[in-house]
Design a protein around this ligand. Sequence first.
Ligand SMILES: NC(=O)c1ccc[n+]([C@@H]2O[C@H](COP(=O)([O-])OP(=O)(O)OC[C@H]3O[C@@H](n4cnc5c(N)ncnc54)[C@H](O)[C@@H]3O)[C@@H](O)[C@H]2O)c1
Length: 253
Amino acid sequence: MPLAIITGGATGIGAAAVRKYASEGYDVALLDIEKEASLALCNEAHSGSVTFYETDVRSRKAVQSAVSKAADQFGAPTVLFSNAGIQRLSSLFDLKAEDIDAIIDINLKGTLYVVAAVAPHMRDAGEGSIVLMASDQVFAGKPGSIAYGASKGGVAQLAKSLSVELSPLGIRVNAICPATVKTPLTDKIFTDLGNKHYDGDAEAAWKAETDTIPLGRIASPEEIANIVYFLSSAEASFMTGALVPVDGGFTAQ
Ligand SMILES: NC(=O)c1ccc[n+]([C@@H]2O[C@H](COP(=O)([O-])OP(=O)(O)OC[C@H]3O[C@@H](n4cnc5c(N)ncnc54)[C@H](O)[C@@H]3O)[C@@H](O)[C@H]2O)c1
């Protein structure tokens, strides 16, 4: 069975991707810091297996060790979905150094560590497909999301330069750029926004967000995982270096 490595696969979009690949017959290596939710996914019944490697993507050493363990067990990875990420909203004037560091370390440096660990296996196998998790902030500015936007802009540039460097080796690299998706990450954000701006009414905060999306609703994690799967598949064999909006029309406005 082919191997897909997925970071940040414990919850949200990553968990939907773990289920998608495992149900399509991939063995999935799930790299995450969140143990309980990851182990629950390992116990679900799918045609492919799910194996958890407890890994903090901030540590290049930990990432390299998890990727080599997975490759020893299952062979060279065919697919990488680098998805682990965090968001911490803050106005520029309140931005804490520790939040800048955490966002850049996980979202940007973590992505590069994972790609650098996986790509040699794909190079030796002569094939592979990498999908990087970016954001609609590749194309649009958002207040209160300065460091996050910069981290995702960096991820988009990684997809471009990596695609050019890795194309001759048979490795494609694309980035997916979703608008708001209903996940544990956004549940926390919209609870906070509800408390801050809507008298504790998180639903009102969600409604205001929904009103910014031309399709008039928030994406499900599965709607993003399906496009990740497509981008990594042979159906997308001539796509590389693409920044793909999956945003209900948000950045078309
Ligand atoms: N939800 C959205 O609206 C949205 C929109 C655009 C992009 N994204 C991006 O999608 C990705 C997944 O987000 P989500 O919304 O599913 O959130 P989520 O919080 O449900 O998932 C993030 C996952 O990353 C893991 N993670 C966090 N820090 C880690 C670390 N240091 N090492 C390894 N794993 C770590 C978490 O444990 C979790 O499983 C993120 O990169 C996020 O920026 C989300």
